[in-house]
Design a protein around this ligand. Structure first.
Ligand code: NAP
Length: 529
């Protein structure tokens, strides 16, 4: 069996940077990637309009000053093809490809207690032994398969936004149905509507979406950032969400109505995710949140001509921001087009896919193509898709049967030398993913160095430390309004999945301090052997 220092699972932003750091430590490593190419999220999600809603100057690696100086983004928010080009550039620039094996899905990772090593197997028949196993499998990589009855008999074409064909899809002249109205749907609907003969949007829950106001990247802004990129990155690392947004310490309820509306209006015109930081308590006080939600509802009414459609697009049963805020270009205005129809699945649920369309409890809609924008088995799906077994053969699937349990979102008790990058229990999806990825990879690399310098073979989270962390993650989550929504943060979008608020909401800066302190004190909460 091939012997390696480390196996990394996944060649997205996380896996590639991990490989770069492992090389720097002089460790042998192999990256296995299920896709036919590198890029993770940005390899798979090629649906029309796919774009990052963290700004380009923030959503990029900071580990190399030369890289961040030489790369030039074209837009305020980069589109999927540009991000994929960037990742490929990074892979070439740092000569990463020779240790990446694509088109290879890791099927199992089993800890051999006697040897103190992991045995990793793939669907291509590889079997390797590694001291460290690093899961860089992504938080939103396990696409939810559509399970609607009758789909197998559908005579048209169907697509999932998270598994989009590489050659693209031309919907010109077609009748198209989009199922779902999350971020992916909200980005693709305006573009599909402009192509299709008719677009039917099947909505279960309306979302709060804020305009992106995307534009070519302001070159003056770029120059200013690049002149002091180090400081810009430092602020991002210490921020709450991994990029600097204007924050406001004041309660939404502490200011007069006109001033409050003025603040919301200012944020709306600026666009993007900063809206939820308009006031200090939007995500902790229902009453404060109601004022923001009310502002949104008025916006939707002003943007959508048909009052019944506007009403249907208006979220009511969960606080703003507790499902991931969406960022759009022309989303609401798209519903003013004559060729777009919105269908309320709460009133008329989908009964089946028929050979030529989709049948709700009310009627049949004839379509040529169906687009499932139904999301992911988030945060745990990709990890539990692999048969991971720790001490005494314990399956991770068993250990996490009632929800994920980790120490720092990085490690699991009973699974020595196994690391997760942006795992559940870390800020991950509540942050700029690149900042969180770099922090985790650097922490893991630091940990491996420490083990070497101290002559230790393994590191393993203690059960007590894990328990304390899980409790803390829960407590902090429940200080907010997040648990009030049926979101994928809560596992609510996957039937049967345990309802746990999975990410850590204590903030990226605070979380980094906690991780650094654990390391500085000789890895408190871990057993080293
Ligand atoms: P999502 O947010 O989970 O949205 C899935 C949509 O499909 C929801 O509207 C959901 O309705 C609906 N749905 C799911 N199952 C359904 C069913 N059986 N019948 C009818 N409707 C169903 O997934 P997503 O849009 O792919 O986005 C996931 C996350 O990826 C985002 O929240 C974001 O973090 C990330 N993302 C980011 C960007 C970006 O950076 N711009 C773009 C895309 C995605 P319910 O709400 O009722 O469950």
């Amino acid at each position: 069996m091939r012997q390696l220092d480390a196996v990394v699972v996944g060649a997205g932003f996380a896996g590639l940077y991990m490989l770069h750091r492992l090389r720097g430590l002089g460790l042998s490593a192999r990256v296995f990637e299920a896709g036919d190419g590198i890029g993770g999220t940005w390899y798979w999600n090629r649906y029309p309009g796919a774009r990052c809603d963290v700004e380009s100057m923030d959503y990029s690696y900071s580990f190399s000053e030369a890289l961040q100086q030489e790369w030039q983004w074209t837009e305020r928010y980069a589109a999927q093809p540009e991000i994929l080009k960037y990742i490929n550039h990074v892979a070439d620039r740092f000569d990463l490809r020779r240790d990446v094996q694509c088109s290879t899905r890791v099927t199992s990772a089993v800890f051999d207690e006697a040897a103190g090593r992991w045995t990793i197997e793939t669907d291509r028949g590889d079997q390797v032994s590694a001291r460290f196993c690093v899961m860089a499998t992504g938080c939103l990589s396990s696409a939810q398969a559509p399970t609607f009855p009758g789909l197998e008999g559908f005579q048209g074409r169907w697509y999932h936004t998270g598994r989009w064909p590489h050659e693209g899809v031309d919907f010109t002249g077609q009748r198209v149905g989009v199922i779902g109205t999350g971020s992916s749907a909200i980005q693709s609907i305006p573009i599909i509507a402009a192509q299709a003969a008719h677009l039917y949007v099947f909505q279960r829950t309306p979302n709060y979406s804020i305009p992106a106001h995307n534009a070519p990247l302001d070159r003056d802004f770029e120059r200013r950032v690049k002149a002091e990129y180090g400081e810009f990155r430092r602020q991002a690392r210490e921020s709450r969400v991994g990029f600097v947004m204007e924050r406001n310490d004041v309660s939404a309820l502490a200011v007069p109505r006109e001033q409050r509306e003025g603040e919301y209006e200012k944020r709306w015109s600026r666009g993007g995710l900063g809206f939820s930081a308009t006031f200090a308590d939007l995500l902790t006080s229902q009453e404060a949140n109601d004022t923001a939600a009310e502002f949104f509802r008025a916006k939707i009414r002003s943007l959508v001509r048909d009052p019944a459609v506007a009403d249907l697009l208006t979220p009511r049963d969960y606080p703003l921001g507790t499902k991931r805020l969406c960022v759009d270009t022309n989303y609401y205005a798209t519903f003013n087009r004559d060729n777009v129809t919105l269908i309320d699945l709460r009133k008329t649920p989908i009964e089946a896919i028929s050979p030529h369309g989709l049948r709700t409890s009310e009627r049949e809609y004839a379509v040529d193509s169906l687009v499932f924008a139904i999301g992911f088995d988030a945060m745990t799906g990709a990890l539990l898709g692999i048969d991971i077994r720790g001490r005494a053969g314990q399956p991770l699937r068993d250990k996490w049967a009632a929800g994920p349990r980790t120490y720092l979102g990085l490690t699991v008790a009973g699974f020595p030398n196994l690391f997760m990058i942006t795992g559940p229990g870390s800020p991950s999806v509540l942050s700029n993913m690149i900042v969180s990825i770099e922090q985790h990879v650097d922490w893991i690399a630091g940990c491996m160095t420490y083990l070497r310098e101290h002559g230790q073979a393994t590191i393993e989270a203690e059960a007590g430390a894990e328990e304390t962390w899980v409790t803390h993650v829960n407590e902090v989550g429940h200080l907010t309004l997040y648990p009030r929504a049926n979101s994928w943060y809560m596992g609510a979008n996957v039937p049967g999945k345990p309802r746990i608020f999975m990410p850590y909401i204590g903030g990226v800066g605070t979380y980094r301090q906690i991780c650094d302190e654990v390391a500085a004190k000789g890895y408190t909460g871990f057993t080293l052997q």
